[in-house]
Design a protein around this ligand. Structure first.
Ligand SMILES: Nc1nc2c(ncn2[C@@H]2O[C@H](COP(=O)(O)OP(=O)(O)OP(=O)(O)O)[C@@H](O)[C@H]2O)c(=O)[nH]1
Ligand SMILES: [Mg+2]
Ligand SMILES: [Zn+2]
Length: 315
C-alpha cells in the first residue's frame, strides 16, 4: 500500500487538481470515490485546500480526503440540469482557507461597480475571512484623492484601502507587506489588473495579462483558471478569473444585515426584531440613512440584495 501524503491545492482545473507538497513537489490529482460523488453539489476541493492524497504514478495522485476549512469564499453557480429538469445551483468555491481577501477594483477603466463590491464584502464577511481589504488599482489614471473619494464609505466602515498602480509601482510595497505571512486572494472584475499586480509582485512569473490592443474587447477574461502562487515561505496569493456578477451562496435574507457592517451596527436599535429596514416604524437603519450616517447608496444596495435573496428563498 502506498503511503498517503499531504499537500496544498494550488490549481483547480476541470476534474483535476494540482497539489503541492511541503517539499515543493507537484502532483496532478483526481478525486477518489465518495469525494467524487459529493463534487456534483459543491466544490469539495478548491485552491487553498489542504488534502491527503495517494501517489498513483510519477506526479499523479488521488485525493483521499480534504481537511476542514477555516474559511470558504464561495458563490452560487448555475449548472444546467438534466434534460428539462431546469437549472440547479451549486456551491462554487473561489478559495478555501484564505486569511485575507483583497477585492481589486480599478480607479478607472473599468469604472468601479460598488454594488458588486457590496456583494463581495457580504461573501467575505460571511466566509469567516479574517482580513478584508479593498485594492484600488490603476492609480496612474486618476488623482489619488479622487480614487480615495470613490471608496470613502468603505474606509469609514473600517475596510483598509490600498491604492496601487501596476504600471508605475505605487502602493506595491504596502501591498507586499499586507500579503506577508498569509494566504490571500485577489478577486474582482475582469480587466482591473489583478494579474498585472501579481506579475509586479513576482517578477519572472509572467502570467498572461490582457494585451493592450484587446482592451476594448468587452467580456474577455484573460485569466481563466485560479492559481495559488507562492510569494514567500508562508505567503500565498490566489489569482482568480474576473467576476462580472456574484450570486451569494447560502445566505438568507434575514441574516443579510449582519454582513453589511455599517448597517449591522444599527440593527439592535430597530423597534422590531425582524425589521427588514424597508419602511417599518422605528427603523434605526432608515434613521441612520436620513442622518447621513449610512449612505443612501449602501442602503439601496442592501435593499436590492435583500429582495433578490427573498425571491430566491421563495422558490
Ligand atoms: N493604466 C494602468 N493599466 C493597468 C494597470 N494594471 C493593469 N493594467 C492594464 O489593464 C489590463 C488588464 O489587466 P489584467 O492584469 O489582465 O487584469 P485582470 O484583473 O487580471 O483581468 P482578468 O484576468 O480578466 O480578471 C491590461 O491591459 C493591463 O496592462 C495599472 O495599474 N494602470
Ligand atoms: Mg487576470
Ligand atoms: Zn430596521
Amino acid at each position: 500500500m502506498q503511503a498517503t501524503r499531504e499537500g496544498l491545492v494550488i490549481r483547480a482545473l476541470s476534474g483535476f487538481f494540482d497539489v503541492e507538497t511541503e517539499g515543493g513537489e507537484l502532483y496532478r490529482c483526481r478525486l477518489r470515490g465518495r469525494l467524487l460523488e459529493e463534487a456534483s453539489a459543491s466544490d469539495v476541493a478548491a485552491i487553498g485546500d489542504r488534502v491527503c492524497f495517494e501517489a498513483v504514478d510519477v506526479n499523479e495522485g488521488a485525493i483521499l480526503s480534504v481537511a476542514e476549512r477555516h474559511s470558504v469564499l464561495a458563490r452560487a453557480a448555475r449548472t444546467s440540469g438534466n434534460r428539462g429538469a431546469g437549472e440547479a445551483t451549486r456551491e462554487q468555491v473561489i478559495v478555501a482557507n484564505a486569511d485575507q481577501a483583497l477585492f481589486v477594483f480599478a480607479a478607472a477603466s473599468p469604472e468601479p461597480g460598488l454594488n458588486l463590491l457590496d456583494r463581495f464584502l457580504v461573501a467575505a464577511e460571511s466566509a469567516g475571512i479574517e482580513t478584508i481589504c479593498i485594492v484600488v488599482n490603476k492609480l496612474d489614471l486618476v488623482e489619488p484623492t479622487q480614487a480615495r473619494a470613490l471608496f470613502r464609505d468603505y474606509e469609514q466602515m473600517g475596510y483598509p484601502l490600498l491604492l496601487t498602480s501596476a504600471l508605475d509601482g505605487r502602493g506595491v510595497g504596502e501591498l507586499r507587506q499586507a500579503l506577508a505571512g498569509r494566504l490571500s486572494v485577489f478577486t474582482g472584475p475582469s480587466g482591473v489588473g489583478k494579474t498585472s499586480l501579481l506579475n509586479v509582485l513576482q517578477p519572472g512569473l509572467g502570467r498572461q495579462v490582457k494585451a493592450i490592443s484587446r482592451r476594448r474587447e468587452e467580456g474577455i477574461h484573460t485569466t481563466r483558471d485560479s492559481e495559488l502562487v507562492r510569494l514567500g515561505p508562508d505567503t500565498w496569493l490566489a489569482d482568480t478569473p474576473g467576476i462580472r456578477s456574484l450570486n451569494l451562496w447560502d445566505i438568507e435574507p434575514e441574516e443579510l444585515d449582519a454582513w453589511y457592517v455599517d448597517i449591522a451596527s444599527r440593527v439592535a436599535d430597530c423597534r422590531f426584531g425582524n425589521c427588514a429596514h424597508r419602511d417599518e416604524p422605528g427603523c434605526a437603519v432608515r434613521q441612520a440613512v436620513a442622518e447621513g450616517a449610512v449612505s443612501d447608496r449602501r442602503w439601496r444596495s442592501f435593499r436590492q440584495l435583500y429582495d433578490e435573496l427573498e425571491a430566491q428563498y421563495a422558490l
